[in-house]
Design a protein around this ligand. Structure first.
Ligand code: ADP
Ligand code: MG
Length: 282
């Protein structure tokens, strides 16, 4: 049976945009040293806008590149996917039909169409230098056809309104915030500067997992906050995993606490709730 104090806190939590799945999460949160936060979809809205579509050779027109981009995104649930599909729709460009599409967690998507193999991947996953100017703060994904880069799409998304206040509150509560993102250095740096947070860019799902592992090995109590498939392993490993409600199912399944309104500001209420509840139990 769930002790009465916790049961009451849990339902109290529900009214504040929190669903507490694991009652120990409250106690562990009181002693937290570090909070690792994902960027895209967690601190930012994840509602991207296409800023620019760049041609990297003269094989295809811009419309053809957009058709390939929206076609391959048909197989992805990443926040970037919907923005590219809408961008193509606005211009009445019909997506290329793909025979198969697979998600590459934390890196992008790949698929087969017209007898070619395509990938739409992060700058990091592309692993080579790109001969183009990237808009400041933009997230960049590269479209590759049979190992040759044929186009790139630059996207921008915005901070959630409560993200900055959360980072300030964490610092006040002596919980060190660290942003860990799969996004590129430039995009990560731009966001981190506004928030005043330490950050790690180009983080694969495995890197995020190893970061939590390392912090735990240093005897730190770690809270992880994330929304994506790429965050699921680290959400499960952290002392407390907090998932964004609008996130993917596997992230929700891996977490101890769910932000039902997808609002990072509710983490502040959670910390307060944890402090009150733990005081009552002692
Ligand atoms: P974060 O850790 O900030 O949530 P992700 O790990 O989800 O970011 O994604 C890392 C990077 O991989 C993105 O910034 C993007 O460049 C690329 N990426 C991932 N999924 C897609 C997709 N469906 N379409 C295009 N690019 C993608
Ligand atoms: Mg994310």
């Amino acid at each position: 049976a769930i002790p009465l104090v916790t049961a009451r806190s849990t339902s109290l939590g529900a009214s504040r945009g929190l669903l507490v799945k694991d009652r120990y999460a409250l106690e562990l949160t009181t002693n937290a040293d570090v909070m690792v936060l994902d960027k895209t979809g967690t601190l930012t809205t994840g509602e991207f806008k296409v800023l620019d579509v760049e041609l990297l050779n003269d094989k295809y027109t811009k419309d053809e590149i957009v058709a390939l981009l929206s076609g391959i995104e048909g197989g992805s649930s990443h926040p970037i996917a919907q923005s590219i599909i809408s961008y193509a729709e606005q211009q009445e460009i019909r997506p290329v039909s793909f025979d198969s599409i697979d998600v590459i967690s934390g890196a992008g998507v790949e698929g087969q169409a017209n007898g070619h193999r395509y990938q739409l991947i992060s700058q990091k996953a592309y692993e080579r230098n790109l001969d183009m100017d990237i808009p400041k703060g933009a997230t960049l994904s590269v479209l590759v056809e049979n190992d040759e880069a044929i186009g790139a799409v630059a996207l921008g998304d915005e901070l959630k309104p409560t993200s900055k206040a959360l980072i300030q509150a964490l610092k006040k509560n002596k919980i060190q915030p660290i942003m860990a993102t799969g996004d590129n250095e430039q995009a990560a740096q731009g966001t981190a500067e506004i928030l005043g947070i330490d950050y790690l860019a180009n983080q694969s799902p495995q890197d995020k997992y190893e970061l939590v592992e390392k912090l735990k090995a240093e005897e730190k109590k770690v809270i992880m906050v994330g929304d994506g498939v790429n965050d699921a392993p680290s959400l499960a490993l952290a002392d407390v995993g907090i998932a964004v409600g609008a996130g993917t199912q596997v992230a929700l399944d891996s977490a101890d606490v769910i932000l039902t309104q997808s609002d990072p500001g509710d983490i502040e209420s959670f910390i307060e709730l944890a402090q009150k509840t733990t005081r009552k139990m002692k």
